[in-house]
Ligand binder design. Sequence first.
Ligand code: C5P
Length: 220
Amino acid sequence: MEDNIITIDGPTSSGKNSVGFLLAKKLGYKYIDTGMIYRAICLKMTRSGILSTDLNKILLINKDLNIRFEMNDNWKVFLDEEDVTDKLHTPQISQLVHEVAAQPEVRKVTRGIQKEIAKKVKVVMGGRDIGSEIFPDARFKFWLTASVEERASRRFKQLKEKDSAINFEDVLRDMMERDRHDQEREASPMRKPEDAIVIDNTELNVEETVNRMLDYIQNA
Ligand code: C5P
């Protein structure tokens, strides 16, 4: 049983990051959003002009991948010692990332990075396969979800701040598509760990969701 790690898996926009960050803060753990690792790989690819079909070249950049997280009041992601935190949610990367994350060889590298982090610190780790594949022996595993309409509406609000022309129907369709890609890929698909505690936060805010998790943890 691994006591140093709490896993939070679930579909896109289910609140993993805000919930994970607050839960980690309350417990004195660090929070890692593993999606940022896949996104950083994509950033490196786009900067080097590497396409998602170019598996050999993807493997080459993964060989000497230098990704580091800084986790204080706010957290930051460094790629080759450059702070890339604000560069990882561009539409280009969001479109590319599911294809890259579906490559088994890429997942071997990300697995190594995730395992290394957990050796050093107590960590809450958010992703798609953290409780099912990476840390199946974690003591606490959560599966966070919300209705697809609610998740799309959260994403829509975020995107609307940057682009007023954005359309809710497009965001909803995109979200369903991303769920499908994550569920249907062969390599480490998104799935609920059998022993995960399920929290549907369609009707809960971040604080309420975290309080539910703390209830489980403290009464275990
Ligand atoms: O969480 P986020 O949307 O930033 O993750 C980006 C993509 O990375 C996801 O759509 C998913 O395809 C992939 N991912 C993954 N496994 C993880 C975390 C993210 O496959 N543990």
